[in-house]
Design a protein around this ligand. Structure first.
Ligand code: UTP
Length: 297
């Protein structure tokens, strides 16, 4: 089996939960400390061996192309000012020339539709999908674990986490057929079930390895929950023809598509970074004692 080199990053969503910030700035470029949330996904993909990045964007979100592309003027200025260390940081967040492509999703018709928009860029081969607003803090690339699982068992794969029963209605949920180590085999998938209808608490998060057969399933999938074309519905249709496995991630996932998730990720990443850990510890102990004062808004 040829190694998987292509990843699709759907970044065309409206990001309404972060308005007014996302009126001009794409949600995926909001930072955790000094690094856009998108950069964490690119780094995770690069560590897993991904070399071709296919972004599904919307009009008005062209800042994403600017962020991942070269900026020779900035590099010249930084180097001329003796800021080679900063230039190196900028370079590391840049995708090499000719390795990033951008496809427009004309209307935000859901994640499934966004992935379907990338069908010609992907072609007839398995590929990875990363939703950048799921940021994973882990010792090694979570996507690399999914690619290893795909090599072992094939079919469609998603990263999963165990969620509290009352939260199943926020996720695609697996009907679990069997488990081995961190791998969970699914007999069925249900999109956003109410807790009393959820077949398990094993929930899909934003990392996938998909077989190209998903594109015809997406073509045949009608708008479902939220009037959007759901990826979960298409993966479900494929279960009879291709096995579906979840891989429990070895790390912590933050839903940076929500305010609470981005806030928590900021604290966790600040504590994990040498240059910010001390400051964050001081902030936490100081505000921990004064939680009731000076509320804004
Ligand atoms: P979300 O479900 O978080 O939706 O998308 P959203 O529209 O971005 O945010 P809110 O709900 O309005 O705040 C998950 C991922 O799928 C992409 C988003 O850009 C994000 O990376 N997406 C979603 C698309 O590319 N197209 C869509 O039609 C919907």
């Amino acid at each position: 089996m040829r190694p998987i080199r292509k990843a699709v990053l759907p970044v065309a969503g409206l990001g309404t939960r972060f308005l007014p910030a996302t009126k001009a700035v794409p949600k995926e470029l909001l930072p955790i400390i000094d690094t856009p949330i998108l950069s964490y996904a690119i780094e995770e993909a690069t560590q897993a061996g991904i070399t071709e990045f296919i972004f599904v964007i919307a009009r008005g979100k062209e800042g994403i192309a600017k962020q991942v592309g070269h900026n020779p003027d900035l590099m010249r200025t930084l180097n001329a000012d003796g800021k080679g260390d900063l230039a190196a940081v900028v370079e590391a967040s840049t995708i090499p020339e000719g390795r990033a492509s951008f496809i427009y999703q004309d209307k935000p018709m859901g994640l499934g539709h966004a992935i379907w928009c990338a069908r010609h860029a992907v072609g007839d081969e398995p590929f990875a999908v990363l939703l950048p607003d799921d940021v994973i803090l882990s010792p090694q690339s979570a996507l690399a674990d999914l690619l290893a699982a795909h090599e072992a068992v094939g079919g469609n794969i998603a990263a999963v986490i165990d969620v509290a029963k009352q939260d199943t209605s926020k996720y695609g949920i697996l009907a679990v057929e069997g488990e081995e180590g961190r791998m969970v085999r699914a007999s069925d998938l249900v999109e956003k079930p109410a807790p009393e209808k959820a077949p398990s608490n094993v929930a899909i998060i934003g990392r996938y390895v998909l077989e190209p057969g998903i594109f015809s399933a997406l073509s045949d999938t009608k708008a479902g929950s939220g009037d959007e074309i759901q990826l979960t519905d298409a993966m479900r249709r494929r279960i009879a023809d291709a096995p579906f496995h979840g891989v429990r991630i070895d790390g912590t996932r933050f839903d940076c598509g929500t305010k609470n998730g981005l806030l928590e990720a900021t604290v966790a990443f600040a504590l994990a970074r040498e240059d910010t850990a001390g400051t964050m510890q001081r902030i936490l102990s100081s505000y921990g004692q004064h939680s009731a004062w000076s509320r804004v808004g």
